[in-house]
Design a protein around this ligand. Sequence first.
Ligand code: IMP
Length: 435
Amino acid sequence: MSKRNIIAIVGCNWGDEGKGRAAFFESQDASIIIRSTGGNNAGHTIVHKGKKYALHLIPGGIIHQNKLNLLCPGVVIDTDVLIEEIKMLNESGINISPEKLIISGRAHLIMPYHKDLDRLYEHFKENKVGTTGRGIGPSYSDKVNRTGIRMYDLLLSEEELRDKIAIAIKPHNILFQNTGYESCIAYADKLAKKLKRNGQFLKNFIGNTDVLIRKAIEEEKKIVIEGAQAFRLDIDHGDYPMVTSSSPNASGTLSGAGIGPKYISKVIGVTKAYCSKVGNGDQFFTEEYGEEGNIIREFGHEYGTTTGRPRRCGWFDCPNIRSARTTMGLDVLCINHIDTIGKIGNELGYIKVCYAYEYNGEKINYIPDDTEITKQRPKPIYQIFRGGWEIPKDCKIYEDLPQKAREFIEFIEQQTKIHVQYIGLGADIKDTIVK
Ligand code: IMP
């Protein structure tokens, strides 16, 4: 068997952990960078050489020279957003050609009616998920229903495409008609025309990503998979129903890419030094509604990249990372915002880390999944760290970090039993320490 050289980067909490930044760092010496789950519900800002790039679909690896970036079959694609992103990158001087970007023909499309359905389903739910409204769930539903429209369909004749769309929209139009959403009724001929125009722009980028991945594996080239969303948003393993509609855990990420588990060499779990979440749902176990939450939000600039919504904030949760370790097969952790948590400690005079919960009269160190039945809320048990720290300017290696920051990191390692290999100290990838 060829040498394994594939790294998956996945989020450990509710998204927005800085996976894009970690993937960008890890892909400096990679040949291929992959996105394989979710769509433009994700969003990250890469800061490189003083320039900022906001991306939702295309992997951050596109900013590096001479690397191939793939959007694999597990991704759902809004072609308008994809075209905008390609144009934005071209305008920033990063020339996008099929040598740099290939999109799987198998990847499903987010159609305009999926965005309308996303709104409609949310409207009728009593407990709203608080989706990003990007049409992600309805696109995956059509895929599972086997009525999805795929990237390859953009290469069909306009008539063939129109016929496929006509079948897909039938049940949706009945729903729109009967729920007061008549203005959303979709027309196959109009949609086919529009998609063919987008197809004209995108046609040279559409291809077979399996073949490219196979070749890279045979040549023992390094591949980095940039995960989207995160463990607690996973449709099977997250806080159902307040989750996304794909499997952002490590195995789902591999499956979406079309890579078998035996080829993976390392899974990096990315987390912040505190927790944040966007969207609805019960208070997460370490969430703070009061002053502590506000200070974390302000110091961490915790406002959504995709929707601008203020994020809900709380303390680092070791039981969650311990659950993520086995479910996602984490090898190492990347902890971002070690600079921010130090500032928060200076402001508040302390930092908290949850290492266990009191639940149903017991002390537990995992995430319980039956809280709706027991009607019990796990109560976090915290380790308190006094004060905070400032990161020195010339901090390059682990030993340069203030002692209190090292104590914080080593406590997390001890509690989660995972080595913290990467430490993020700022937005730019040069502000990364490898331990
Ligand atoms: P959807 O993925 O738009 O269906 O949204 C479902 C839930 O996942 C909502 O709570 C969203 O806020 C959340 N979500 C989806 N993508 C992301 C992400 O990239 N970061 C953080 N939260 C996300």
